[in-house]
Design a protein around this ligand. Structure first.
Ligand code: NAP
Length: 290
């Protein structure tokens, strides 16, 4: 048997197309154009590429590009004062502090300056708490992308046995929480988990987010299971994931490729969060204005 391929590029393109229409409708109805303030400190080349993609995509979706760039030697006070200004600016729907920041800065305390209704990365303590309590709020982008891929592929989450490999704040924990909120039975595995292959063989759905190239092999997979590979590894042969794709595809029912699986979903979900942020602020009493 050969697994069906979950095409993340196609799902992301359809999310973005639908979003463009939703943004236009929201702007027509309220007079508010959602605006995304990406904040880049310094000139890390990879971060510059990521931020440029986010800015370009937000403009294509009909949003305002409110990018801010601070120099490499910016002080904690400089970044704090910029984030406070963006938090207070009604034209700014979403704030994204691009990570990592230069070594002299304390990223954790900077992130906490982003108000929950503008926290399009979903990383503040407030957003994490809202997710844990299953209350309305903005969810981290890559984990939301995983859920969107499962839904778009017709995979039943409710009642499913899911194993999430990884417990990071960025991916493992929030994706597990999103799955619990959707009534899955979730096991969170990590580096101290005993007999990981046996744990994974119980799963109807595996979400691999360990950051270990090729960790998940065919003997981890129950026949017909769905395998979502969040891992990204750059090698001489190009990008690959946490899943040994060729052998796992022989046993799984559905599988995401790397590249072209989870990766393209992250920006699509960031754009969706920016619109949700604008809607949330509008509902909270029109703190956003055109
Ligand atoms: P991370 O912070 O390094 O966390 C890795 C997690 O995996 C930890 O909880 C760790 O356990 C666990 N782990 C490590 N080795 C393991 C093993 N051998 N068996 C079981 N669990 C193991 O990484 P992350 O930020 O969550 O990212 C994970 C991967 O996703 C990376 O490859 C990253 O590049 C990729 N990623 C992709 C996207 C995307 O857009 N597609 C976005 C974000 C991240 P302990 O807690 O016990 O240490």
């Amino acid at each position: 048997m050969s697994a069906g391929i979950i095409d993340g590029k196609a799902v992301a393109a359809s999310v973005r197309a639908a979003l463009k229409d939703e943004v236009a409708a929201f702007t027509a109805e309220t007079g508010i154009q959602p605006g995304l303030a990406t904040v880049l400190v310094g000139g890390d080349p990879a971060s510059e590429v990521y931020v440029a993609n986010k800015r370009r995509s937000s403009v294509v979706a009909g949003m305002a590009d409110l990018h801010q760039h601070l120099p490499e030697d910016a002080s904690q006070a400089d970044v704090e004062s910029l984030l406070r200004a963006l938090a207070a600016d009604p034209a700014v729907s979403g704030i994204l502090l691009q990570l990592p920041v230069p070594a002299q800065l304390d990223a954790v305390s900077l992130i906490e300056l982003i108000p929950f209704e503008k926290d399009v990365d979903g990383l503040t303590t407030m957003s994490v708490g809202l997710l844990a309590q299953n209350k309305a709020g903005l969810r981290p982008c890559t984990p939301s992308g995983v859920i969107e891929l499962l839904d778009a592929s017709g995979v039943t989450i409710e009642g499913a046995n899911v194993v999430v490999i990884g417990r990071s704040e960025l991916v493992g924990r929030p994706v597990a929480q999103l799955l619990v909120n959707r009534n899955a039975t979730v096991t969170i595995a990590h580096s101290r988990t005993r007999d990981l292959p046996a744990v994974c063989r119980e799963a109807d759905i595996i979400v691999a987010a360990a950051g270990v190239k090729g960790l998940v092999t065919a003997d981890y997979i129950k026949q017909g299971a769905t395998v979502i590979d969040v891992g990204i590894h750059r090698g001489e042969e190009g990008l690959s994931g946490d899943v040994a794709y060729a052998e796992v595809a022989e046993v799984a029912g559905l599988i995401t490729p790397v590249p072209g699986g989870v990766g393209p979903m992250t920006i699509a979900m960031l754009l969706q969060n920016t619109l949700r942020a604008a809607q949330l602020q509008y509902e909270l009493g029109g703190s956003a204005a055109s």
